[in-house]
Design a protein around this ligand. Structure first.
Ligand code: PGA
Length: 249
């Protein structure tokens, strides 16, 4: 596991975007694993800039997103599909059929989860997975105590997550109760991973992820076992790491 600490959010966003752009130049057919949330927004902005100003080409890539709410239509402004369209896909030259997101409106959710796993395998596996991390150590919707070997499946959102999300919906009844998420095992199958975090509120989760024992209580800790994972964080997110282990700059 490689730990990379940069000054601030902009610096980690730029570095992540250059990792993706290097990969696409080497392999225009790369399979990217993408995430929603506030953390990758700077990365997506930078990818859009690279596409517009430097011709970064997405015409042959395929993408797989980590997760999607169940029973929230794609057109809803809180669906993860909508988020990805608005913040990345509609601004780059990716063909619509190269975009894969779990379908939270599928009639048979279990079948949809199996299909998603099959689609990833059929595409040849994810070359580079972008991850954020929750303050409680979750990755995607794999909340604490998720099985570390889990595959794509339906998860019940915690009351805390539902309450946090309530502000984005008209009323509590509209707030999703379930989501489809790649499992921890699915994420670990990616050939490389970049886990990004910014800000002091993530410092505790990052300390545990980098230094702590591996535990299902903090699903992100499993990334320690990955052969090609980079923890890409800013100084604020690194502020609780064991100082004695820091290498002089
Ligand atoms: P954030 O969320 O990027 O909005 O901080 C990350 C996560 O909860 O996985």
């Amino acid at each position: 596991m490689l730990l990379v600490i940069r000054e601030d959010y902009d610096a980690i966003s730029k570095l992540a975007s250059s990792r993706i752009s290097d990969l696409l130049k080497k392999n225009p057919y790369a399979i990217l694993g993408l995430a929603t949330g506030s953390t990758p927004l700077g990365l997506y902005k930078e990818l859009i800039r690279l596409h517009r100003e430097e011709g970064l080409d997405f015409s042959r890539v395929q993408t797989f997103n980590l997760d999607e709410y169940v029973n929230v239509p794609r057109e809803h402004d809180q669906s993860y599909y909508y988020f990805m369209q608005e913040n990345l896909f509609k601004h780059i030259n990716i063909p619509p059929d190269a975009i894969h997101m779990p379908n939270g409106m599928a009639a048979d959710i279990e079948e949809e989860c199996e299909l998603y796993e099959e689609q990833i395998i059929k595409a040849g596996g994810i070359d580079l997975q972008i991850l954020g991390i929750g303050c409680n150590g979750h990755i995607a919707f794999n909340e604490p105590y998720s099985s570390l070997g889990s595959r794509t499946r339906i998860k019940t959102l915690t009351e805390k997550t539902r309450n946090d999300n309530a502000r984005f919906f008209k009323n509590m009844d509209e707030v999703p109760k379930y989501a489809i998420t790649m499992g921890v095992g699915t994420i670990m199958d990616a050939k490389s991973i970049i886990l990004m975090a910014s800000g002091e509120k993530k410092a505790d989760a990052i300390r545990n992820t980098v230094e702590g024992p591996i535990t299902a209580r903090l699903p992100a800790t499993i990334v320690q076992m990955h052969r090609n994972a980079t923890i890409l964080i800013d100084k604020a997110a690194a502020s609780q790491l064991d100082q004695s282990l820091k290498i002089a700059e």
